[in-house]
Write a protein that binds this ligand. Structure first.
Ligand code: PLP
Length: 425
């Protein structure tokens, strides 16, 4: 054997390299082993140096798996970053539920039981005003189920000011019409009155829909009709509150919540699980017991059924609502300022052009449009944006006026050292 061949690392040695062990966890050992064998071949053919076999194997691995990201954008509910990060309890619950679990079985008598009954009990306990609760895949699915079960072949009465596009080109009116329901639009973009609704209601009405405009605000000469003024019209009222606040949040006075909507007379409330509730992607349905039961027993409900992992994460989120989203929302500006000053100071001492700056963070597409939260960031040269984005973990900030801002509002304090390391590498 020629000398350079002897210097080619053995497969076992290569597979023990930390970079390849980490890749194996993501991609599977088989894929990593193939990459190593291919790199050894290239070394044997003299195309690469024996010392470069591991680097070549790492470089040849396909991109796979979602990459973890530190959210330094200052946008708390960031749809492109997977909306709400789960709490530590929710993460443990997901891991626990990953194997066989009693999701649909009563261990006491060995018989089939209501799927996810402990999660449903936690949701019912969180909103005592709801006679019934059900969970589907996301907020859009909750609306589709309500429209199909209550208004297919009939009319949904909705204000022209609430015909919302939720993002990525998906529009609620199109979604509702896709169920076979007809939309009966009332009012105008800026003004809709109780009389507009009353005039549209008839024998064909399935329900009145009230949609919270969760990603825009209409200002000026406007009027909208609150749920309490719609609940006396003699037809069901479905309130799509969007954000998933179950009870009022003192810092977000304009954000609707499920308990208040039900108390105001809504028949059914629909909401997302992964916005301000801070849980997994899910669609919550809460309200009149008979209506919820009708939805739950509808054939379509089976197609919108949630996974055991979702149920586990949702239950943990409901049992301990101190979730990362609310921590980010409630973070004190003074604490953020101290962190920004400390991090910027440390970076400057290491020769990085970093300065603390006051910023404005937002809740994001998940709720409270127009509402800003005073925050603090570390401002860096714009060239850092790409480097940090491609790092491990990836760090995503936002570029403003030629500077990269790392807004600390959504960064848990214990991760500040990782930001420092990322800027230094
Ligand atoms: C976010 C939102 C939806 C869609 O919910 P998903 O969970 O994204 O499917 C529907 N309506 C409103 C008002 C929303 O804010």
């Amino acid at each position: 054997m020629t000398d350079f061949r002897r210097r080619i690392p053995r497969t076992d040695t290569a597979l023990a390299d930390p970079r390849l062990v980490a890749a194996g966890a993501r991609l599977g050992r088989g894929a990593v082993k193939s990459a190593v064998v291919a790199a050894q071949e290239r070394a044997r053919r003299g195309e690469i140096a024996p010392e470069d076999v591991i680097a070549a194997a790492v470089g040849a691995l396909p991109a796979a798996g979602m990459r973890p990201v530190i959210n330094a954008t200052g946008v708390i509910v960031h749809t492109n970053l997977g909306r709400a990060p789960l709490s530590a309890d929710a993460v443990s619950a997901v891991v626990e539920a990953a194997g066989y679990t009693d999701v649909e079985l009563d261990l006491a008598d060995g018989r089939r039981a209501r799927r996810g009954r402990t999660a449903m009990a936690a949701l019912a306990a969180a909103v005592p005003g709801a006679g019934g609760v059900h969970v589907v895949n996301n907020g859009a699915a909750a609306l589709v189920l309500a429209a199909t079960a209550l208004a297919a072949g009939r009319e949904i009465v909705v204000s022209r000011g609430e015909m919302v596009e939720i993002g990525d080109g998906f529009r609620l009116p199109d979604l509702l019409v896709s169920t076979g329901a007809r939309l009966r639009e009332v009012g105008t973009t800026n003004r809709t009155t109780a009389a507009d609704y009353a005039g549209a209601i008839g024998p064909d009405t399935g329900f009145v829909l009230k949609v919270h405009p969760s990603n825009f605000v209409v200002q000026g000469f406007t009027s909208a009709v609150p749920v309490e003024d719609l609940s006396g019209l003699g037809v069901p009222v479905v309130a799509d509150i969007g954000s998933g606040l179950l009870t009022p949040h003192p810092g977000l006075p304009d954000e609707p919540d499920a308990a208040t909507a039900l108390a105001a007379g809504a028949t059914l409330v629909t909401a997302s699980g992964d916005k301000l509730l801070g849980g997994p992607q899910a669609g919550l349905l809460l309200g009149d017991a008979a209506t919820v039961e009708r939805l739950r027993r509808h054939p379509l409900a089976r197609a919108l059924r949630v996974d055991k992992l979702t149920l586990a994460a949702l239950e943990a989120t409901l049992r301990d609502p101190a979730v990362p989203v609310l921590a980010a929302l409630d973070e004190e500006p003074a604490a953020l300022r101290a962190r920004a000053e400390a991090l910027a100071g440390k970076l400057r001492a290491d020769g990085v052009d970093a300065v603390p700056v006051a910023t404005e963070a937002v809740v994001g597409g998940g709720g409270a449009p127009g509402h800003t939260l005073p925050s603090w960031a570390v401002a860096l040269p714009e060239t850092y944006a790409r480097r940090l984005r491609l790092g491990d973990p990836a760090v995503l900030g936002r570029v403003e006026r030629g500077r990269l801002l790392l807004d600390l509002r959504c960064v848990p304090v214990e991760r500040d050292p990782e930001l420092h390391t990322a800027c230094m590498s």
